[in-house]
Design a protein around this ligand. Sequence first.
Ligand SMILES: [Zn+2]
Length: 241
Amino acid sequence: MSLRPARRALLRVAGTQAPERPESADQPLRLVSALSAAGRIARAEGLAGGGERGHELRLPGIGGRYLAGVAAHAHERGWAPLEAAALRDAVEDRSAMWIVCPSAAALRRAGLIEGGRGRAVCARWSAGDWSRIALDVPALAAVAASGGTRGVCAAAVSGTGAPRRLVAAVHADGVQTGLLARGLAASLGVRWAVELLVATALPSGSLMALRERVASAPRCGWCGVPLLGPDCRRCLPGARR
Ligand SMILES: [Zn+2]
């Protein structure tokens, strides 16, 4: 998948739905929002679900929409739901995301950070985990400026009243920026939220090779997801947050 289809998918897949029917090969992967109760419990436990309940996203906002787009893209090309889950997990593990909002309490309630207070708080997804980091606007600007060279780079500003220098920082040349009246700010219950995503892009033409690798990978004996690493990242406690 090249950068362009990925971006189209990002725009086309608006959200995530709770599962209604059992999973089958001809149905798309069912995804559960990272901010839903199930997604938050999964993150707190370091466990991920699957099957009846759907697959919990670990990234909310634009991260979740991009990953839903990746899963939809794979489904359109005939990937089975568990294969799409393995691909989505691999892309999620290789993504970085920053969320800045005016409330540490809101990020704590969402399960993205563990503690602390303050305004203009920054949570970062990196190496498969969320943590609180010091807000460094020039560093965010540098990430946005170079993000496009590393893969897919997208930003979103939601709500009203986001600090202008923060908005300017993520709105670098070549970064697709969405301005949303509600978006993640509404989901978190805060006045504004600024998001920056740097995700791995699937190089054009590589999806077939990736699928062969996924299809021939051993399956987790517990949850059935193809294993792309030594351990199952979906159902081994602590391996996935
Ligand atoms: Zn498993």
